[in-house]
Design a binder for this molecule. Structure first.
Ligand SMILES: Cc1cc2nc3c(=O)[nH]c(=O)nc-3n(C[C@H](O)[C@H](O)[C@H](O)COP(=O)(O)OP(=O)(O)OC[C@H]3O[C@@H](n4cnc5c(N)ncnc54)[C@H](O)[C@@H]3O)c2cc1C
Length: 398
């Protein structure tokens, strides 16, 4: 057992730190607020940051850092460990270390797509030229994805899509949808769905904003009205879309914004050291010390899940219950951290960003609301517990 990174990995972390310090705009710390494991405050999803984010992705692409975790034969480095180091550092700086396309879609494509499809898509994704959104959920299908109604009818060299997706994070700033649709209406559950890449510019697509609880446009409803999708855009095999989605979800569950946890803890520690209440420095209050020590332990525990999941992937193992445990623990810790921060800050914690009295620039108010969402997206906590019980503990499904 070895609880350390190699010298190369340590040097890589330094390089990423330098990159973040040099390439992020000087006022980035003022502008960007991001709550760990919260989907709704991620700056990369906000339209106002789109140009800056796109440019940063292209710079990461030029360094070869968007494909670190992909297999070597697909242009990657076969190192999920480096990938999570990058993500740890960049999320500490509240900046992107990748996108749905680079971190979720591309590694899935690398495993299951045809050679032709890999050649067409992977180089552009690695260069940071394409951004994707995930088109799984529908008004009547979330945890139970087999209930989707969006259909893709066979029409020669294309499928014709009709239906609606919802909670589509970032569809408004992305280029392509990673969309699950029914291709065989008579097949048993999980056997008649197909995953396909859908160009947002195709006629018949309407994207309507949904404003999240933090007042940010992060979600969308997406409507398909006779949208033609070339069959060459099918990911994996026709009618085996579920298998592809399950693989993609493993990659998605790895992204809890690890560095952002570290960052929030550091900011809270600084705050209690610098702030006095009724003549006493908050950092001397035993209750506050206990609360922050408890958070530090939990964050360290989460790091354990985080590094181990990446380590397993580097060894070709499929971390199914492990990825679920990481996602579950991370997103629920995000809520506990927000609750703890709110208790420490007291009524001031409720002040919104923009208020000159808001401690930590309003981050805690925003985080408290955003932290609700993480434990729902990419499979709810109940669904993760179900996976851990069946895949991890070998218990029967029902
Ligand atoms: C911040 C955020 C971002 C999202 N982004 C996207 C996105 O980009 N693309 C996309 O397609 N979707 C996205 N979603 C949607 C998300 O995937 C669904 O909300 C989620 O899968 C839950 O589905 P639902 O909302 O329909 O709730 P339901 O599935 O109806 O669940 C309702 C409740 O029942 C429980 N439940 C359901 N099934 C079970 C079960 N088998 N065992 C035990 N309990 C169960 C759930 O845990 C939950 O508490 C996002 C959601 C959030 C919150």
């Amino acid at each position: 057992m070895r609880f350390d990174f190699t010298d190369e990995e340590k040097a890589f972390r330094e390089e990423v730190e330098d990159f973040a310090r040099t390439e992020l705009p000087p006022d980035w710390d003022e502008k960007a607020l991001y709550w760990p494991a919260g989907y709704g405050t991620f700056p990369g999803i906000e339209a106002s940051f789109k140009d800056m984010y796109d440019e940063l992705l292209r710079k990461l692409g030029r360094k070869g850092w968007l494909s670190l975790g992909w297999p070597k034969e697909c242009g990657g480095m076969n190192s999920m460990t480096r990938h999570v180091i990058l993500d740890d550092v960049m999320s500490y700086h509240r900046a992107p270390g990748g996108d749905v396309s680079t971190a979720i879609a591309a590694p899935t494509l690398a495993l299951i797509a045809s050679d032709e499809m890999k050649k067409e898509w992977l180089p552009r994704i690695a260069a940071g030229e394409l951004r994707f959104w995930l088109g799984y959920s529908e008004p009547n299908a979330g945890s139970d994805l087999a209930s989707i109604k969006t259909r893709a009818d066979d029409d020669g060299d294309a499928f014709v899509l009709n239906g609606q997706k919802i909670w589509s994070s970032g569809a408004h700033i992305a280029d392509y949808g990673w969309v699950l649709a029914k291709t065989d209406m008579n097949a048993p559950r999980y056997r008649g769905e197909t995953l396909m890449l859908v160009d947002n510019r195709t006629p018949g697509i309407t994207i309507r904003p949904i404003i999240n609880i933090c007042g940010i446009h992060s979600f969308n409803e997406v409507f398909f009205d006779d949208v033609r999708v070339p069959k060459k855009n099918v990911v994996g095999q026709i009618n085996q879309g579920f298998y592809c989605v399950m693989l993609a979800l493993q990659y998605e569950r790895l992204f809890v914004g690890m560095g952002a946890f570290r960052r929030v803890l550091e900011e809270l520690v600084r705050y209690v050291k610098e702030t006095k209440r009724q003549g006493m420095t908050l950092g001397k209050d035993p209750l506050i010390r206990n609360k922050l020590a408890a958070m530090a332990i939990e964050i360290e525990t989460l790091y354990g899940f985080y590094w181990r999941t990446a380590w397993m992937m580097d060894r070709g193992q499929a971390p199914e219950p492990e990825a679920s445990a990481l996602k579950l623990f991370g997103t629920e810790l995000s809520r506990r951290l927000a609750g703890t921060a709110m208790e420490i800050l007291g009524p001031c914690g409720q002040l919104e960003r923009g208020s000159k009295w808001a401690p930590l620039r309003g981050l805690i108010n925003l985080g408290y609301m955003d932290s609700i969402s993480g434990a729902i997206g990419a499979g709810t906590s109940e669904v993760q517990r179900g996976i851990i019980a069946t895949r991890g503990l070998g218990m029967p499904r029902k």
